[in-house]
Design a protein around this ligand. Structure first.
Ligand SMILES: Nc1nc2c(ncn2[C@@H]2O[C@H](COP(=O)(O)OP(=O)(O)OP(=O)(O)O)[C@@H](O)[C@H]2O)c(=O)[nH]1
Length: 785
């Protein structure tokens, strides 16, 4: 048990003093704490939540909406905003009114009908409690993009949200991106409810989706509703808890009409209810006991069990409806309130840097010292906007907070609640809420505290970029704006990187896919009025060692004045997996001191950043230094660092190293009549087809292919399927590149011969290949002479 800081303790104690009679538990903890103040710990607080704070937190939900591309996340969010009174009218994604959905606020999003950036908003949902009294819930909501290219948006949203709604298409069920989103939800322990959307589409089958959640996502799931009709006869749902039929009435489905279950559905409702109870019995002890005693659980018992099992990540209740047809979205919103956790029900941990203690529980009390995480940065017309999730304490306007990364003090000039691209100014934000602040310089993932606490929270997972291209403004006068845009995009998006290749004198941008980079080039044109020229997309290759090679390298320069001396001995070998690099020292007898070994490690890491073959990062390489020699006066850290780098280069070159290329998991879906064409297309690009699924009128192919072979695939697929095919591609792992990529030509080459790809012979004509080979031969002959 960890005692909390003195001022915090005082404030909690005072608060409890005032409310002493409100709760027996608070009173008991207070008695104990009064006897021995140091025993009042964070854990004691969270286990005995102050009744006033508990009541406040009970009415807050921070949720995200995530799904495969085009499942209807934005359409659904638009309904949620409308039914909660946040917006006055519904506008469709790619709708005829050309307004576009509220949450797709960027012009580019509205034109393309896709979500690029996640958008945050909030709304109040009023729901009747058991006694029929209206209870108002405050819901902070983040709509995330579906395309894998914008995956960082999903990562950072899930990092700070307490729960999520996983949307699935009633026809397609679990799709490739559903699996990715599921993985991301698991990474951050985010409980979810599921919503099977598009029940009005031909071939809709919600129970197939339920089965797939169980089988493909390996998450116990059961429907909590049964549809009334399907496809164009979809009318509403039967709620399996209350055993009532729910229909939407009114022009936009804003009213609910609750009626008796239609006669024709009685059997299927009974069957599905039994399945719900059975699935719950597997994951919840209380229901298991009732099930064994053959007792029917009451609606309250069922609800409580679904809530417990969902929050403990053992179960997902499945709702269904059609957002576009304005049907059954409200019951899903009730599900958010009923089954997703409030901020006090999620464990949020921080690292206490002052006490060097990991895993300190954060308590979402307004009165405790402030702890918040900056999870997203965005440039706006009024300066940098930083999204913050407040985990503990209160964030107040004009207050000073400290950035835990650099301990810099910053003043909070303005706090706003975001509503897509609009904002509402507020003076303070309490614990467990999400807001945005202006004028705070920081990086994405920084922790802010009030200065008393030395807490720091873990940041989110940032995947490595897999594709790059060279870029430059068409006109030199645009250089200033170009740099400004680059700096901004990089600050906002950790998966977008900008580097300068001094060898080719080019600016290189890297990202998660062709679409990701295309969007930035387009944004540069629209938002900064800079037209750019881009080179061919380049794959983020890697290099790896071949066999084990021993080394004994001496760096010696002792010609007058201070000299350089360092000798390093050992071996290099593959680590066995292509994931990371390892440096190890096995020195006995102190032939190299600690300080110099540290310099050796630094040299090793530098070498791994820029591989000897083609200058790309090195993977899967281990270096062991087990002996060496030091000179009394001439040895230095610099000498050891350089010696290690030289030893690395030599040993690496002698090991039959290889160039690695990214392998992508690709999933293509298209109408059945195009199956042959799509397979031919994939074969032509050297893909390995792993599986094919045939649906009612579409098929899905799962394949592995090299990113290199997939450039321009989207336009080919469009042409081959009359624009009806779609595909997703996600990085899987690195694999040895084929022989034609392994042939690395020597640099420098004369400009006339330089292929587009910097140093690797790919995508170049046989003619040019021959010219290069001839040039290389001539050079070699000349060098011999
Ligand atoms: N038939 C039918 N179509 C729907 C439904 N919900 C959404 N759509 C359509 O599906 C398409 C995609 O909807 P969006 O809401 O943009 O989907 P999204 O998941 O936000 O898309 P991304 O963010 O780009 O991944 C749009 O054309 C919608 O009109 C539904 O319930 N039924």
């Amino acid at each position: 048990m960890r005692p909390i800081g003195a001022p915090a303790y005082q404030s909690v104690l005072k608060q409890w003093e005032q409310r002493r009679n409100a709760s027996a538990t608070a009173s008991a903890v207070l008695e104990a704490a009064a006897a021995n103040p140091e025993t009042l710990s964070q854990a004691a607080i969270i286990d005995n939540l102050d009744p006033v704070e508990a009541a406040r937190l009970d009415k807050v939900r921070n949720i995200g909406i995530a799904a495969h591309i085009d499942s209807g996340k934005t359409t659904c969010t638009e309904r949620v905003l409308f039914y909660t009174g946040r917006i006055k009218a519904i506008h469709e994604v790619r709708g005829r009114d050309s307004v576009g959905a509220k949450m797709d606020s960027m012009d580019l999003e509205r034109e393309k009908g896709i979500t690029i950036q996640s958008a945050a908003t909030f709304c109040d949902w009023v729901k009747k409690d058991k006694e029929g009294v209206d209870q108002k819930y405050h819901v902070n909501l983040i709509d995330t993009p579906g395309h894998i290219d914008f995956t960082i948006e999903v990562e950072r949203a899930l990092r700070v949200l307490d729960g999520a709604v996983l949307i699935l298409c009633a026809v397609s069920g679990v799709q490739s991106q559903t699996i990715t989103v599921d993985r991301q939800m698991r990474r951050y322990n985010v409980p979810r409810i599921s919503f099977v959307n598009k029940m009005d589409r031909m071939g809709a089958n919600p129970f197939k989706a339920v089965d797939q959640i169980n089988s493909k996502l390996k998450m116990p799931a059961a429907a909590v509703q049964v549809p009334i009709g399907a496809e164009d006869e979809f009318e509403g749902v039967v709620d399996l808890i209350t055993m009532k039929a729910i229909y939407n009435v009114g022009e936009s489905g804003e009213e609910l009409s609750v009626r008796e279950i239609p006669e024709r559905l009685v059997d299927v409702v009974a069957e599905r209810k039994a399945m719900l109870v059975e699935t719950l019995a597997d994951v919840d002890d209380e229901i298991a006991e009732l099930f064994l005693d053959e007792k029917e659980p009451t609606p309250d018992q069922l609800k409580a069990a679904i809530r417990r099992a969902t929050i403990s990540l053992k179960f997902t209740p499945v709702f269904m409806g059609s957002a576009l047809a304005n049907k059954s979205v409200q019951p899903m919103l009730d599900g958010v309130v009923d089954y997703l956790p409030n901020p006090s029900e999620v464990e949020n941990l921080a690292l206490d840097q002052k006490r060097n203690e990991a895993s300190v529980k954060l308590v979402p009390y307004n009165s405790l010292p402030f702890v918040g995480l900056a999870f997203k940065l965005e440039e706006s017309n009024f300066g940098q906007l930083t999204y913050i999730r407040v985990y503990q304490g209160t964030l107040r306007k004009s207050a000073n907070v400290f950035n835990a990364r650099n301990n810099k003090k910053v003043k909070i000039p303005r706090i706003v609640r975001m509503h897509s691209n609009e904002m509402e100014e507020v003076n303070e934000i309490g614990a467990g809420e999400i807001c945005a602040v202006f004028g705070v310089e920081c990086a994405s993932g920084d922790t802010f505290t009030d200065g008393q606490l030395g807490y720091s929270m873990s940041s989110m997972f940032v995947p490595e970029p897999v594709i790059s291209l060279s870029i430059k403004p068409k006109q030199t006068k645009d250089a200033a704006n170009f740099s400004k845009a680059m700096a901004r995009f990089q600050r906002e998006d950790p998966t977008f990187r900008v580097t300068y290749d001094s060898e080719s004198e080019q600016t290189i941008i890297s990202g998660m896919g062709e679409l990701h980079l295309d969007i930035y080039v387009e944004r540069m044109r629209r938002e900064y009025r800079v037209d750019c020229e881009t080179g061919q997309p380049q794959v983020a290759y890697r290099e790896t060692i071949g066999n084990r090679v021993d080394f004994d390298h001496l760096l010696k320069k002792q010609t007058g004045g201070a000299g350089d001396y360092a000798r390093v001995m050992g071996w290099m070998e593959p680590t066995g997996s292509l994931e990371e690099n390892k440096f190890e020292e096995q020195i006995v007898g102190g032939s190299i001191s600690e300080k110099f070994l540290y310099a050796c490690e630094k040299g090793f890491n530098l070498s791994c950043e820029k591989g000897p073959l083609i200058g790309h990062k090195v993977l899967g390489t281990r270096m062991v230094v087990n002996d060496g020699a030091t000179h009394m006066t001439d040895s230095s850290e610099m000498a050891f660092k350089n010696a290690t780098q030289q030893a690395f280069r030599k040993a690496f070159a002698d090991s039959q190293p290889a160039v690695l290329e990214p392998l992508m998991k690709t999933v293509v879906t298209a109408p059945s009549e195009f199956q042959g064409d799509v397979i031919a297309l994939l074969n032509k690009r050297g893909a390995t087809i792993n599986d094919t699924e045939t649906g009612v009128d579409e098929f899905t192919i799962y394949a592995d292919c090299s990113l290199n072979g997939m450039f321009g695939f989207s336009s080919n697929l469009r042409a081959a399927t009359q624009g009806k095919g779609e595909y997703t591609m996600e990085f899987s792992h690195y694999e040895k590149a084929p022989p034609q990529v392994q042939y690395v030509f020597p640099t420098p080459l004369p400009d006339s011969l330089k292929p587009v790809s910097n140093k690797i012979l790919t995508n170049i004509s046989p003619n040019r290949k021959e010219l290069i080979a001839r040039y290389v031969k001539e050079q070699a002959a000349r060098n011999k002479k």
